[in-house]
Design a protein around this ligand. Structure first.
Ligand code: ACO
Length: 428
């Protein structure tokens, strides 16, 4: 690619620098364009706008490639643990055995949350959606750790804030669930690993011994790894943009949790199961629902289908579909919605509407089926996603800070009224 791009407006040519990423992704740097020409570029939804240069995650939507720090997602999902991947994303390389042990120990040391946080939890009615509880509890950490408010503190202090949230997020997530059930909360069990401890806080009771099943722990590890980062998606961009104002790590992460909640993003996993259940209750006629999804006058969309960047297949969806079969098989569960999901997928992949628009199952199409098999209730699905995405958000926030990126502040093309004079209310 030549070093300069040219844009011609009103007979005048402007030269703009270009850049090429390590995977040969090409870009035109328009940051100086307005200063030269008085003209801005517009791209609602940032469909073709890079907001940053990042060294964390590479994905190629056309080829269906996803790599964290260069490592293919399938290798990581198959061989590593969630905390190993968290380390990789946040610090840039896979840890040595010693470094990993130290990281795990640090996290284990911080799993307890301040006792007063229980008072906050008690204030939420049982009807609260756990995503709202989770984002509130994450924000509340700013009150319990005022040191975390200033992202310009020393690297060691920032790292302590990072360790704290990685350690406490499973506690918050499980407690948000217990609050819904009206069951007593369980304290973390530091003898268990990250996933086992979370499962115990979710499903254990003070009156019973609980031992997480290895199949369930493994499946959870895999799901969390698959969700751990996905470059500049809606919630990650939110984390970076909130952080760019020098708001604290916890405030930025809480904003990310709220951005993830929507059904067009992380909330899709809940929406998928609700959709599949709806289709089942309606008699299982997938053709009828396919027709609804294609009808432009009908707001229904096939949830779990389509992706802003994947236009071939979502590599995570492939791994999750296989894992869904394995997990359900091993647990001896037969879920009729899995058959409906497979039927819908097959029809969609052969339907010109979906083929022409390059709509394929995304990560959320099958994840809810596994979560359900693991005993996780529907309203907790997006919380599970948040738990998985946490290291990615942290890594992206940290990178944004280390790169000293400027405050995020897009421009607009104003299309409202031009100047007009105020008219007193009695004369209107
Ligand atoms: N069902 C039916 N039609 C769809 C679907 C779908 N799930 N997804 C996209 N389309 C159609 C659109 O109507 C549009 O058709 P048109 O060109 O005739 O107008 C075309 O495909 C392109 O869709 P856009 O909405 O423009 O694509 P965009 O990149 O903006 O949206 C999104 C991507 C939000 C993921 C979309 O595909 C969608 O709503 N999917 C369902 C929700 C979902 O599964 N979200 C999870 C995404 S993965 C994640 O965030 C973890």
């Amino acid at each position: 690619m030549s070093e300069k791009a040219e844009i011609k407006i009103d007979g005048k040519t402007y030269e703009l620098p270009t850049l090429v990423g390590s995977e040969n992704e090409k870009a035109i740097d328009i940051s100086s364009f307005r200063a030269q020409s008085g003209v801005i570029t517009i791209d609602p939804g940032f469909k073709n706008t890079g907001s940053t240069k990042s060294a964390i995650t590479f994905l190629d939507g056309e080829k269906g490639i996803l790599r964290y720090r260069g490592y293919p997602i399938d290798q990581l999902a198959e061989n590593s643990t969630f905390l190993e991947v968290a380390y990789l994303l946040i610090y840039g390389n896979l840890p040595s055995a010693e470094k990993l042990a130290g990281f795990e120990k640090d996290i284990t040391n911080h799993t307890l949350v301040h006792e007063d946080i229980k008072k906050l939890l008690d204030g939420f009615p049982y009807t609260s959606h756990p995503m709202g509880v989770l984002s509130s509890l994450v924000t509340s950490l700013t009150a319990f750790y005022p040191m975390s408010l200033d992202p310009n503190r020393s690297a060691g202090e920032v790292n302590l804030s990072i360790i704290r949230i990685l350690a406490k997020m499973p506690t918050f997530a499980a407690w948000a669930y217990k609050n819904q059930l009206g069951q007593p909360i369980l304290y973390p069990d530091n003898k268990l690993d990250y996933c086992g401890n979370f499962l115990k806080m979710m499903f254990g009771l003070p009156t019973e011994d609980y031992h997480p099943e290895p199949i369930v722990v493994d499946a959870l590890n895999k799901l969390l790894i698959l969700h751990a980062d996905h470059e500049q998606n809606c919630s990650t961009s939110t984390v970076r943009i909130v952080g760019s104002s020098q708001a604290s790590l916890y405030a930025s992460l809480s904003a990310g949790i709220n951005a993830l909640w929507g059904p067009l993003h992380g909330g899709a996993n809940q929406a998928v199961i609700e959709m599949l259940e709806g289709i089942k209750q309606d008699g299982g006629d997938t053709k009828k629902w396919m027709a609804k999804a294609k009808d432009k006058d009908d707001p229904f969309r096939l949830m779990g289908f389509g992706h802003r960047v994947y236009k071939n297949f979502d590599p995570r969806a492939k791994i999750i579909k296989k894992a869904a079969d394995e997990v359900l098989g091993k647990l001896g569960i037969q879920d009729p919605v899995l058959d409906i999901a497979k039927g819908l997928e097959e029809e969609a992949l052969n339907d010109p509407y979906f083929v022409e628009r390059k709509l394929y199952p995304n990560v959320d199409f099958y994840s809810g089926i596994i979560y359900r098999a693991l005993g996780i209730p529907t309203e907790m699905f997006t919380v599970m996603f948040a738990l998985g995405r946490l290291p990615g958000w942290i890594a992206q926030w940290k990178e944004m800070r280390e790169n000293k990126e400027p405050i995020g502040r897009p421009r607009q093309v104003y299309v409202g009224e031009t100047a007009r004079d105020y008219v007193p209310v009695n004369k209107r």
